[in-house]
Design a protein around this ligand. Structure first.
Ligand SMILES: Cc1cc2nc3c(=O)[nH]c(=O)nc-3n(C[C@H](O)[C@H](O)[C@H](O)COP(=O)(O)OP(=O)(O)OC[C@H]3O[C@@H](n4cnc5c(N)ncnc54)[C@H](O)[C@@H]3O)c2cc1C
Length: 412
């Protein structure tokens, strides 16, 4: 049976959900207040992280926590006034980061990650977007010998447990692989499987163009106007009110507010991050994470993009890009970055859940309402597979992975 479906939110997750629904013959309207791929899915580091079989846990070691508490370094920062509001979610995140709980969560996370390359590839090919994608992995680079050694041990464990491929590079091998590096580093772990995209927002736009080419409709509108009707769901758009038998909420870090209006209190929170582009120097050949510094450097069409670590703050609180300032100073030790492209840094927010897993599946108490959000640090990676999974649930076809562990109902 074919359905009329409203998909609210045209980031990587909503756009891929809409695309998979039209590919299965459904009639789909994709709604966003902006153009597709203009928010979080624009500003990320562009990595399709096949190596990320373990999600990003809450740090539990004393040196990282004390540096974070003192707001030192570029990895973690916070607004004090945001902590009471997110304390219950952060406490659950902390609890879920304990070794036993984390091992179970990582297993479930890995099942989605396993499909990230093949699911992106199918869409990249159909969308004619191959030139945006590099298939040569990315590097974690290390300044200190001690952290390098711990990283090698972890990479070996992930290779054993999850089949993730890597190469260890000593200082000479790293310098030869990345001639733009000015500083002699302790070495690198080169993850060989991941891909990188040199304009993530553009990739989402290509997926949205493919969706339109296949008969999908994109229209600007406000997801907050979503109402249940006798036959399904209704949303207000610039083309008037549009009805659907089903509605999918894929609003990334804005999902919490909209689901709350439908009566759901879910343990969601946002981890903010910043980026800025730099031009004029030699770019790295592959993206690199300065693991000791706590920031990413990605060669993008706009220049070298520095993206920052975690900032715990209210979604709409003013920008405080202190981590970007620190990252920029550290990055200039590594590369020539003469000219900042933008005057003001870009700011976005990773949509996180207390158990580090996305919510993909039916809303527990509303017929025809579906969720697809909470992809945290790996939403750009997971958009196509979780879009496919949700489309298959609506379609009633065999799902690509067992959907049960991602069911929103796990939160009651
Ligand atoms: C600094 C940084 C670096 C990152 N690096 C990576 C990476 O390298 N690899 C990776 O896999 N992930 C990365 N991520 C995470 C990834 O970017 C996100 O998980 C992902 O983009 C989330 O996609 P989404 O579609 O859920 O949300 P979004 O892309 O934010 O899309 C949500 C959409 O909802 C729309 N919307 C919101 N409210 C309304 C409303 N009321 N009405 C209508 N529309 C509305 C917005 O306009 C937006 O288009 C990074 C994130 C950050 C912040």
């Amino acid at each position: 049976m074919k359905h009329e479906v409203l998909v609210l939110g045209a980031g990587i997750v909503g756009t891929c959900t809409a695309l998979h629904l039209v590919l299965r013959g459904h009639s789909v309207t994709l709604v966003d207040r902006r153009e597709p791929g203009a928010e979080t899915s624009y500003g990320n580091a562009g990595l399709i992280q096949r190596e990320a079989i373990e999600p990003v846990a809450f740090p539990r070691d004393f040196p990282t926590l004390s540096r974070a508490a003192l707001k030192r370094g570029a990895k973690i920062s916070y607004h004090l006034d945001a902590l009471p509001g997110t304390a219950p979610e952060l406490a659950r995140y902390w609890k879920n980061s304990r070794p036993t709980a984390y091992a179970r969560i990582a297993q479930v996370h890995a099942r989605l990650i396993a499909h990230c390359l093949s699911e992106h590839e199918a869409l990249i090919d159909r969308a004619g977007a191959r030139e945006l994608v590099a298939r040569n992995g990315f590097r974690f680079v290390y300044r200190q010998q001690a952290t390098m050694e711990r990283a090698i041990a972890r990479a070996q464990r992930l290779a054993r447990e999850g089949g993730v491929r890597h190469a260890v590079e000593d200082p000479e091998a790293l310098a030869a692989a990345e001639p733009a590096l000015k500083l002699r580093l302790a070495g690198a772990v080169h993850w060989l499987d991941p891909w990188s995209v040199n304009n993530p927002g553009e990739l989402v736009k290509r997926y949205a163009a493919l969706f339109a080419q296949l008969g999908g409709r994109f229209v600007k509108g406000d997801a907050a106007s979503l109402r249940q009707t006798e036959t399904g769901w209704r949303v207000r758009t610039v083309d008037g009110e549009i009805d659907g038998e089903h509605a999918v909420l894929a609003l990334g870090p804005w999902s919490k507010e909209v689901v709350r209006a439908q009566g759901y209190r879910l343990p969601l929170f946002a981890i903010r991050g910043y980026h800025r582009h730099y031009r004029g120097g030699e770019a790295p050949r592959t993206p690199m994470l300065d693991a000791d510094g706590g920031f990413m450097l990605s060669p993008m069409q706009q220049g070298v993009r520095i993206t920052t670590g975690a900032e715990f703050a209210r979604m709409n609180a003013r920008s405080t890009p202190v981590q970007l300032g620190r990252a920029e100073r550290l990055a200039r030790e590594l590369l020539d970055l003469p000219e900042a492209v933008e005057q003001d840094p870009w700011r976005g927010a990773r949509p996180c859940s207390a158990d580090m897993l996305p919510l993909v599946g039916p809303a527990p108490r509303h017929r025809g309402l579906w969720f697809n959000f909470g992809h945290a640090h790996q939403g750009f990676t997971l958009g196509p597979v979780s879009g496919r999974l949700l489309a298959e649930m609506i379609d009633g076809s065999e799902p690509v992975v067992d959907p049960w562990p991602y069911a929103p109902a796990r939160f009651g």
